[in-house]
Ligand binder design. Structure first.
Ligand code: G3I
Length: 474
């Protein structure tokens, strides 16, 4: 067997098959060696999963004269050790590894068997050797990532068909001043223009991120918080949105018009809960939401307009977002056609999409995400997963800067699987899944190793689990 190509040899050395024969209940367990096949993954951890519990496997012997059992069963035990070839302290994603597990399996007719699994693997596959991630999804589905510079790398173009500039199109990067006498705003387009051209030349869709935010904004926008004249602030906001959206008109697939309007822990009436440090809210009041989206629609009717936020798995926060989006959309639906773009389809929403950022950790349950998706679906909007990354540890371990463990990487992998399984169930409303980075070391949360690829560009268990959860038919 070619270990490099196949990536893994999985051998079971065993105590086997304690398949108790009804007629020979006192017989000792036979010992044998069999080959265990669990799916066709090339990933060690995916095969030798710390969370075998509840999984169905099939097993068979290469020598049917020694082992007679060939059936499906449920594995009920956990992994007992995991060490790398180098000696145990390194994460297995960094090189060849060996793992052992004691497994108890149960056949459908309730016979149990116990055996020890030993698995070895070569290093994980490299990102450029893997099939394009975008090809695993149906045509038209957007699989995105972030661009950190003003040109698109080969890695990004191989795997992704949508790109968000991580920081390059935020207000502080786009605009550097406003003349308070004339109201004319100064812009710095060069880097953003290069990025947009580089992506669109490769037929990659560009996500505009973001127009209205409280963070990463130029001083003149911060100063708006103290603008006493609401009309002046409203005019400045509309001018900014109109200028930027018009500048990129026809090149942006969707805009994150408003980002993170609510602080952590918010609940209640959305209009009262917008974060006070948002200068537009401070100067204009909650009307800035509707007015901002309307200005964007009028400037580029072809762009899809999104509201984008984090912690959307939190039920109170999901309610606030839902209420805000619905109220803004209802107001727009009541607006006369004369005040909308020409030839706009009747019934078109203003906020057509909600971006669920999905910056997760061990505390975020797939069930909560499912509940939130149900709430958003009920108001008729699309959803995009806009900034997916999952810490390989708990929030408290991450905050304490504790090191990620091997088991942490396996738990992370399983969370990626669970989340993808939920996204699949909402494939009718989800139009994009964007990861917030490619390799762990590039991440804004790099110590939590939150992405699908390690610092050397090798696929982690998270990659295999996530990909394994993508259905082959939709
Ligand atoms: O550009 C300066 C550089 O000149 C300076 O030397 C350096 C020193 O720290 O800082 C650089 O700016 C950093 C900037 O990223 C560009 O790298 C900022 O400090 C840093 O705070 C900023 O972080 C970004 C963060 O947004 C700011 O809020 C992250 O890269 C970016 O990933 C993150 O993205 C946000 C989304 O836009 C919205 N949702 C949450 C997500 C994660 O926070």
């Amino acid at each position: 067997m070619n270990i490099k190509r196949i990536g893994i040899i999985l051998i079971i050395v065993l105590f086997i098959f304690g398949c108790k024969d009804e007629e020979e209940p006192e017989m000792p367990l036979a010992q044998s060696t069999v080959l265990l096949t669990v799916g066709n993954s090339k990933n060690l951890a995916a095969m030798l999963d710390a969370r075998f519990n509840g999984k169905t496997i099939t097993w068979s012997s290469s020598d049917s004269t020694k082992v007679t059992v060939s059936a499906s069963g449920i594995i009920t035990s956990n992994i007992i050790s995991f060490t790398t070839a180098e000696g145990g302290s390194k994460k297995y994603t960094e090189g060849p590894a060996r793992a052992e597990a004691l497994v108890t399996a149960k056949t459908p007719d309730n016979k149990t068997q116990e055996f020890k699994v030993i698995a070895t693997t070569e290093a994980q596959e490299k990102i450029m050797d893997l099939p394009p991630l975008k090809d695993r999804f149906p045509p038209g589905f957007l699989v995105g990532n972030i661009a950190t510079g003003s040109s698109v790398s080969g890695t990004l173009s191989r795997h992704f068909n949508a790109l968000t500039s991580e920081n390059g199109m935020k207000p502080e990067k786009i605009s550097n001043g406003r003349n308070t006498s004339t109201g004319v705003i100064n812009y710095t387009w060069n880097n953003a223009d290069s990025f947009v051209k580089s992506a669109t030349d490769l037929n990659i869709k560009v996500i505009g991120h973001t127009l209205l935010w409280h963070s990463q904004i130029p001083q003149w926008q911060k100063d708006m918080a103290n603008e006493p004249n609401k009309a002046t602030a409203l005019a400045a906001m509309k001018t900014y949105i109109t200028d930027v959206v018009t500048h990129f008109k026809g090149k942006i697939y969707s805009w994150d018009v408003l980002n993170e309007a609510f602080p952590d822990g918010s609940s209640g009436i959305w209009k009262d809960k917008i974060r006070p440090e948002n200068p537009w809210y401070k100067a204009i009041g909650s009307d800035f939401v509707y007015e901002g989206f309307l200005a964007a629609r009028l400037a580029d009717p072809d762009a899809i307009l999104y509201y984008n936020d984090f912690n959307t798995d939190n039920s109170n926060r999901a309610n606030l977002i839902r209420d805000m989006v619905k109220e803004v959309n209802d107001k727009y639906l009541a607006l006369s056609a004369d005040n909308k773009p020409a030839e706009e389809a009747a019934g078109r929403l203003l906020i057509e999409g909600i971006g669920m950022q999905e910056h997760h950790n061990f505390g975020v349950s797939a069930a909560n995400i499912r509940t939130t998706l149900g709430k958003f679906k009920a108001i008729g909007v699309k959803v995009s997963v806009t900034e997916l990354d999952v810490l390989a540890q708990s929030w408290s371990d991450y905050s304490s800067r504790n090191a990620v463990t091997n088991n942490g990487l396996l738990t992370q992998a399983d969370l990626y699987r669970q989340y993808m399984a939920v996204y699949k169930d909402f494939a009718d409303i989800i139009e994009r899944i964007t990861f917030w980075g490619v390799t762990d070391n590039q991440s804004w949360r790099s110590t939590g190793l939150p992405l699908l690829f390690d610092k050397d560009g090798k696929a982690k268990p998270a990659y295999y689990k996530f990909v394994g959860a993508i259905p082959t038919t939709w």
